[in-house]
Design a protein around this ligand. Sequence first.
Ligand code: PLP
Length: 418
Amino acid sequence: MPLPVHSDSVSQQGYLSNRLNSLINYRKERGLYRSRRIVASPQSTNLTVDKASLLNFCSNDYLGLANDSRVKAACKRGIDTWGVGAGASHLVCGHTSAHHELEEALADFLTRESVLLFSSGYAANVGVINGLLGEGDCVFQDRLNHASLLDGGWISRAEHHWYEHKDYSDLEEGLIRSQGNGEEKTKERIQLVVSDGVFSMDGDECDLVKIVETAKKHSASVMIDDAHGIGCVGHGGTGIIDPNKITTKDVPILVGTLGKAFGTAGAFVAGDKALIDFLVQRARNYIYSTAMPSAIAVASLKSLEIVKDESWRREKLQDNIQYFHQCLSQLDGLKDNSSIIFPALITASKTAIQPIILGCAERASRLSQKLESNGILVSAIRPPTVPPQTSRLRITLNTMHSFQDIDRLFDILSENLS
Ligand SMILES: *Cc1c(COP(=O)(O)O)cnc(C)c1O
């Protein structure tokens, strides 16, 4: 093929830019444009943005560990011991005893045989699903699952089934339908039911007992992504899997992240030895990606210790959630205002994630801007992150918020929600 002449490539460039600008303008006109804030301070209840101090209600640092002095000291120690970069993938020469120790500690914490670290939750979900499934297999996903779970499903080329959010009879219909498609192949193929543990944009929890029951009935396996649960909910912060109701065999694949409640970075999958061993062979983004820095593993190990030892962090978070609900129920005119939905009141989200659903994207953006001009940071979540007409403010609470902080949020909300 002849090389393109210079002027052609210039006009190609021009064409691409014009096309991109028109797509960007389309988003701007509809309140869908996304931009990044430049933060000039560490994670905390107060963030410095453009020299202003903003009260932060949008971080996933639920237990206040991202800037904890002990976690920071561990990370520095880790750098002194290991340097910065891991240098290679885990399978080449990047897997250190720091990674290994963290994997074993996490496995012990979650009473699983084995754990495998990934450099992010996104990578873990894509790696696990794409590693396990291929053509002929089937994946069943809650419609509100995290984007990384959906992407893992698409990439794997497995047959993809959606079920309506937490509608497990819809899941069952899907399982029955797919078995009809597969006929003689049913026995060999893997059927994987995948769900968020705590849904990231709504804060509600999946009904794990129902998922397990339904999956068992049709010989399907279950994978739970408990990114927002582990550390925050459950006995000792072990997440939404309640060992009194569910065994580890019922949920053979459990994913958790380190970037949220643990305040560091990276993620992991927990399961039995066969699962982890298989993923080491097959998860492409594990195999072909540089290992997380060892210092991050050292820091995460310290976080895990704190997560286990300091249950007051979870208790304080729960107190904040209760106080938030109390403020919500006192918000004037709320019940008469049918154009605002507070799922927190309806589903009583027990988690740190408390959405206020406002409908159209412009409305959510406007309220978010209004809050920001009053010194409060709450992000507006818009399509495609959430379904059309469910744009929302996503308020996240954390251990470090005081009741006064929550009062301040409600002062501004009540002035602007009519
Ligand atoms: C944040 C999140 C992820 C991604 O984790 P990262 O470590 O941030 O890549 C995966 N699943 C869910 C449900 C999440 O909320």
